[in-house]
Design a protein around this ligand. Structure first.
Ligand code: ATP
Ligand code: MG
Length: 194
């Protein structure tokens, strides 16, 4: 490819990204997936962009972000769509009919909120974990990504992002655990973990 052609194709790619907005993934076994996404929400709100944060699995959790984002409600809307935690039995996730029903409802709700909206940033927190529990398919996640308005960025979080999602994303970050206070018996700390 000559230089001129290559420059043209880079330009087209840049234009595409500018028009369509970026797809970002925060994954990995370390802490920081959700909080990094919240950091982007703060940044976007600072530029007066409308932000929608939908939290899957999480429900009825009194997190600090839920409270502090009330101060920024003009720009940032945050909703917990889950019912708490997935239960475990003999060390394995124990998925109930309620979990399945909730996953369906949250997918339909998210779809409606994203389609024809004017959000500049959409955060689908823990959505990759719904996939890990087989409560939603990759196809459905792609459907949500494609429903976002033109120019809007979208951030997906959750551990073990599959290659198929990594392939379609523009920025993928893997949080890698080096150590966690939990291993010293220190339980979830207010202001750090929630
Ligand atoms: P954060 O919300 O702090 O950014 P996260 O989104 O990366 O964390 P999640 O998998 O959503 O992590 O876990 C939610 C909570 O569990 C976080 O408060 C986090 O500190 C805690 N956590 C994450 N990894 C571990 C671990 N290996 N052991 C114990 N607790 C953990
Ligand atoms: Mg998280």
């Amino acid at each position: 490819m000559d230089d001129k052609k290559e420059n043209n194709s880079t330009k087209v790619k840049k234009e595409r990204i500018k028009k369509e907005g970026l797809v970002l993934i925060n994954t990995g076994n370390g802490k920081g997936k959700t909080t990094a996404a919240l950091g982007c929400a703060l940044r976007a709100a600072g530029h007066k962009k409308k932000v929608l944060i939908l939290q899957f699995i999480k429900g009825a959790m009194n997190t600090g972000e839920l409270k502090s984002l009330e101060y920024l409600e003009q720009f940032i809307e945050i909703k917990q769509l889950g019912e708490g935690f997935i239960k475990y039995k003999d060390g394995k996730p124990f998925i109930t009919d309620d979990d399945r029903r909730n996953a369906r409802m949250t997918f339909d709700y998210s779809s409606k909120r994203i389609e024809n909206s004017d959000f500049g940033l959409i955060i689908l927190d823990e959505i990759i974990n719904l996939l890990n529990f087989n409560l939603i398919s990759i196809g459905e996640i792609k459907e949500l990504i494609n429903k976002r308005p033109k120019g809007s960025c979208i951030i997906l979080t959750g551990s073990n992002a599959p290659q198929e999602l990594i392939d379609i994303a523009d920025t993928v970050t893997e949080m890698k655990e080096i150590k966690h206070a939990f291993q010293q018996g220190i339980t979830a700390k207010k202001g750090i973990e929630y």
